[in-house]
Design a protein around this ligand. Structure first.
Ligand code: ARG
Length: 299
């Protein structure tokens, strides 16, 4: 049993990468949520609503005290709006993703260019590289847990098991591996979200008995907050956590009340157009200042 939790680390000025939604579209199907037919029936309306949703998401991040770095859109890369999949960042080092589906492989170059740009501006120190064919879809499948001082890392849907050694080698950090067994929850961030107070919001239906046992081994029963089917389908587990604020897609009232009891305020955003692509608030961001150093200083 390892349920050691560190004292809460302050987050002085979080910084997030987001992508301009100008070329967001739902034009292919690589996960069970994607619905190009519904999208095509009213493309212009969806696109306008997507722009409004992204603008409100950026406002929510700024309200929570974050800086927002907006990367330009690229024509023909509709899913570039989901930079949680761009790479894994810790302590000013980034390990860029390798995408499993050919539909998204074209995103690797613009994401790398964005990281190199951040490095030139002094926001990152090093841009790494995964070997060819070592599929790993960034922070969507590798979530840093500030309070427990390790990465929760997933494989089985998009990221492959062989990526675990690469991540551990690059960052020199401990990983706790979880297999994803449900195609509806194809990235870890769709079903698993560590909160700043040490709780974990998660959707049990995404894991098998072994995965659930691993979660329970590291998280005390009191700290486990189960998302309902409705919460998970509303993409509310896919939340951006900044101190006591949780930014997420429009949330069921009951989930908001349960989180409020624990001292968390939900700031929800209309992200329905992005849910038609299988993504929510966390998917649309990448935290650039994720730092172990800060947690150590606070300890
Ligand atoms: N359509 C995108 C895909 O299937 C959605 C990605 C959502 N991102 C995430 N981190 N869950 O790849």
């Amino acid at each position: 049993m390892d349920q050691m939790i560190r004292p809460q680390a302050p987050t002085p000025h979080p910084r997030f990468m987001v992508v301009d939604p100008a070329h967001f579209d739902v034009s292919y199907v690589i996960n069970p949520w994607m619905d190009p037919d519904q999208w095509a029936r009213d493309r212009e309306t969806w696109q306008a609503r997507a722009r409004a949703g992204a603008t409100d998401l950026h406002a929510a991040l700024r309200e929570a005290g974050a800086a927002v770095e907006i990367v330009p859109a690229s024509p023909g890369l509709p899913d570039l709006v989901f930079p949680a999949n761009a790479g894994i960042v810790l302590d000013r080092r980034v390990l860029p993703a390798r995408f499993a589906h050919k539909e998204r492989q074209g995103e690797e170059a613009p994401y790398r260019a964005a990281f190199e740009g951040f490095a030139r501006r002094g926001l990152l120190d090093e841009v790494g590289q995964l070997p060819d064919g070592c599929f790993q879809e960034g922070a969507g499948d590798c979530i840093w847990d500030d309070r427990r001082d390790f990465f929760w890392t997933a494989y089985g849907q998009r990221s492959i098991k062989a990526s675990l050694d690469q991540i551990a080698g690059f960052f020199g950090r401990t990983l706790v591996a979880l297999e994803l067994v449900n195609p509806r929850f194809y990235h870890l961030d769709t079903c698993f979200c560590p909160l700043s107070g040490g709780e974990v919001l998660y959707y049990p239906g995404a894991f098998d008995a072994r995965g659930l046992a691993t979660i329970r081994e590291h998280v005390a029963a009191d700290d486990l907050i189960e998302a309902s089917d409705e919460d998970a389908a509303a993409f509310c587990v896919n939340a951006v956590s900044i101190d006591r604020t949780l930014i997420m897609a429009a949330a069921p009232a009951r989930l908001k009340a349960r989180l409020a009891e624990r001292g968390y305020a939900v700031r929800d955003v209309d992200l329905v157009p992005f849910i038609l692509s299988g993504g929510g608030a966390y998917c649309m961001t990448l935290r650039l200042d994720r730092a172990r150093v800060r947690a150590l200083l606070a300890a």
